[in-house]
Design a protein around this ligand. Structure first.
Ligand code: HEM
Length: 417
């Protein structure tokens, strides 16, 4: 059953129907307890939804971080077109209401796509009518430039990243005052969410860049199978997982004693748009591909071992070379630093030179980009032989504040203290 075709209390087809449970009461609570619904717009009981159901919007941390990685991504970075703090607060309040509605499977605003004054533009764009919630999550982040514009001190963790060797960064895919990461198991649902938030932001924000992604390149739960990146390798095997609470506290969630109070329980998002020269890779021998990665292509086992989740042997005399990706990126090689990766594959047409414009939209969450991402990427940029097959073409860092309590809105603690 989908959300379309429901007759609202007031008569006509007024909204997408609130459907889908990931199981038991949690999902229903996530849908039914949502603020911002008009009278009569309560959640409906529904049969199991194979698209993943409703992910609760509110909680101690924002959704879309340790949420089991969905299949599709639409990420957008926006710039403020105003420095009026009240206008920004008003937008963030309206965004929160719309985002909460959409993650619960409803239209962006009451009235919706087809039940308003025919002389006025509809309050929802309509392309998700009839689609289930599809485990949509919308994660909100704040760039250092937004804080600069509004005169709010940047946390040191939000300082600009240093340049790395071999960076080929394009400003058209870098930076941004704000970001919205929409993930869902249906691409149309993710795009609909971003489109409606962009539309709501008209007059206060403008899109700086955006990226679609498919085929998640990370697992963020031990219950998920590991998917593959466009080099054909399992990606996300040795990732931090939702079930590893102590490790998440150590590496992902900002503790109260670190930085400004508004970041407690939050995290930092590093995005890197990485072009992959897949045609060159495809002409490289299997054994070379495996030794560059440090894992086998089939099972995804560390070189020298048999099973995917065997612990890599990183002793100096191990068969995993000194320039293998997994050795260079490992915690052992980076002073114990780990990150939670949550990236997606992309193919954006051609590069104009007869090749696919393909790559990995790398997204990772961590407590401090400068202590975690920077040492790791410095090692990879200098020594990783995989760099011969990739170019980092975009880069951005965002502060991702903690999740919302009842009645709260995105960014309140940042903008109102
Ligand atoms: C297109 C670029 C990249 C590709 C194709 C790629 C691919 C892979 C693959 C296949 C693995 C092994 C499976 C796994 O444990 O997930 C891996 C591991 C890893 N990668 Fe990447 N990666 C890329 C970029 C990056 C970047 C930019 C970083 C961070 C700066 C990074 C950090 C890691 C880490 C931390 C691991 C786990 C290492 C360990 O075993 O401890 N990767 N990557």
């Amino acid at each position: 059953m989908t959300r379309s075709g429901l007759r609202g209390i007031g008569g006509g087809v007024s909204r997408r129907r609130l459907l889908g449970w990931t199981g038991a009461g949690a999902a229903l609570a996530g849908a039914g307890a949502v603020a911002g619904f008009a009278a009569g717009e309560s959640a409906q009981e529904a049969p199991p939804d194979p698209s993943g159901g409703v992910v609760p919007f509110r909680g101690p941390h924002q959704a879309g971080i340790v949420t089991p990685a969905q299949d599709r991504l639409h990420f957008v970075a926006l710039d403020l077109t105003t420095t009026d703090r009240r206008a920004v607060i008003s937008l963030l309040q309206r965004w929160t209401t719309a985002a909460e509605r959409m993650t619960a499977g409803a239209e962006a605003a009451p009235g919706g796509a087809v039940n308003r004054n025919p002389e006025a533009p509809p309050s929802d764009t309509g392309e998700a009518l009839g689609l289930p919630a599809a485990a949509l999550t919308i994660t909100f982040g704040i760039g250092g430039t937004l804080l600069d514009k509004l005169g709010i001190p940047r946390p040191p963790e939000l300082a600009d990243l240093p340049p790395f060797q071999q960076d080929q960064l394009d400003p058209a895919f870098s930076g941004g005052d704000l970001c919205l990461q929409a993930c869902a198991n249906d691409p149309q649902v993710a795009v609909h969410a971003v489109r409606n938030l962009v539309r709501t932001g008209f007059g206060t924000t403008a899109v700086r860049w955006s990226q679609l992604g498919f085929g998640r390149t990370s697992s963020t739960s031990t219950a998920q199978q590991t998917h593959r990146n466009l080099f054909g390798f399992k990606d996300g095997t040795n990732n931090l997982k939702a079930e590893e609470g102590a490790l998440l506290d150590e590496h992902v969630w900002v503790p109260p004693q670190q930085g400004p109070p508004w970041m407690a329980g939050g995290t930092y998002l590093v995005a890197r748009r990485i072009s992959m020269h897949v045609e060159t890779w495809d002409r490289t021998s299997l054994s070379e591909q495996e030794s560059l990665t440090g894992r086998t292509k089939g099972v995804g086992a560390p070189i020298g071992q048999a099973q995917e989740f065997d612990v890599p042997n990183l002793a100096p005399d191990s068969p995993i070379g000194t320039d293998a990706h997994i050795r260079l990126a490992s915690a052992q090689n980076n002073g114990g630093a780990r990150i939670l990766r949550r990236g997606y594959n992309f193919v954006d047409g051609s590069d104009g030179l007869g090749h696919l414009n393909a790559g990995l939209f790398f997204v990772a969450f961590m407590r401090d980009p400068h202590r975690q991402f920077v040492p790791m990427q410095s090692q990879l940029a200098r020594f990783d032989k995989m760099m011969e097959y990739i170019d980092h073409t975009g880069s951005a860092v965002f502060a991702v504040p903690a999740g919302l309590g009842d009645g709260d809105y995105w960014g309140r603690t940042v903008l109102e203290g």
